[in-house]
Design a binder for this molecule. Structure first.
Ligand code: GRG
Length: 264
């Protein structure tokens, strides 16, 4: 990734953070506000909102117009992490105690509920996109995938590669895909472009999850990962130079997204 694009990413990340701060600032209860702020700052990679903004630019749109959607996507993602940590009894997140460890389970549940509700309040100004996002993170998407993931550990369930892939698709990849699609819609992308962004998001999300499940845990599944990375790259083949930053994400070598050894 070129210096110019890295600076662009940093700039957009700062813009996303500034907008999130402004939106959560109106939380009336001071303890809830503190816990919500704790869940969001310092943030993670902000990859989903960044995908949304980059996808908007890939179709020659102005990414400022997709900023509200991008923020809503990060609020939804953060809700899912807060609730996931409770379900998995994970004591740390983003290098510090998870929200429930710091504030207790009841408040952590409310933090997640608050973030999700706030996201859909923002999205209510964009009905078409709101529906797409609801589908991606609800019972047919992230919530459904998380349910399957929890149930799969039950002894009586047959574990298969297909089940694993379906879980990853629903739990992780659909949110990546809708982040790209919503950015593309905000940028005025045509049908072919939106379909390409969807395919890119799905494959990128599957790659991301596979990396989380294998490489990050010291396991190896490079062959599968390279195959998926090829699919990710080829899904962007219809785009011209406006999509260079989106393509560049795959070679970003500061361990933000993929370590350079895994990008071609
Ligand atoms: C609670 C409905 C519900 C769903 C939870 C997101 C999720 C579903 C579970 C998180 C567990 C997990 C390991 C998911 C795989 C995707 C993943 C690697 C999430 C972490 O996302 P990053 O790396 O986190 O983008 P940051 O901290 O950078 O925002």
């Amino acid at each position: 990734m070129k210096e110019k694009e890295i600076n662009w990413l940093k700039q957009k990340k700062a813009l996303i953070d500034e907008r999130i701060r402004a939106i959560i600032d109106r939380t009336p209860s001071s303890l809830l506000k503190e816990a919500i702020r704790y869940s969001l700052f310092p943030g993670g990679k902000r990859i989903r909102p960044i995908l949304c903004l980059l996808s908007c630019e890939a179709v020659s749109g102005n990414s400022d117009e997709a900023l509200e959607i991008a923020v809503a996507l990060e609020l939804i993602h953060t809700y899912s992490l807060v609730h996931d940590d409770i379900m998995d009894c994970d004591e740390a997140r983003r290098g510090k105690p998870s929200v429930y460890k710091k504030y207790g389970i009841p408040l952590a549940i409310l933090v997640g509920d608050g973030l999700l509700t706030l996201a859909f309040e923002i999205l209510s100004d964009y009905p078409e996109i709101s529906k797409e996002i609801a589908r991606a993170v609800g019972i047919e998407g992230m919530v459904g995938g998380q349910t399957e993931d929890i149930l799969k550990s039950q002894k009586s369930r047959v574990k298969s590669q297909e089940l694993e892939e379906e879980i990853n698709l629903n739990k992780t990849a659909k949110l990546f895909a809708v982040s790209c699609v919503s950015g593309g819609i905000m940028g005025g992308g045509n049908k072919e472009e939106i379909e390409a962004l969807k395919a890119f998001g799905i494959n990128f999300g599957l790659c991301f999850q596979l990396k989380d499940d294998t490489v990050d845990k010291g396991l190896k599944d490079d062959k599968k990962l390279y195959l998926l990375l090829d699919k990710v790259t080829s899904s962007l083949s219809i785009f011209k130079e406006n999509a260079d930053s989106l393509k560049g994400l795959l070679s970003y070598d500061k361990s933000l997204f993929f370590p350079s050894k895994l990008s071609k």
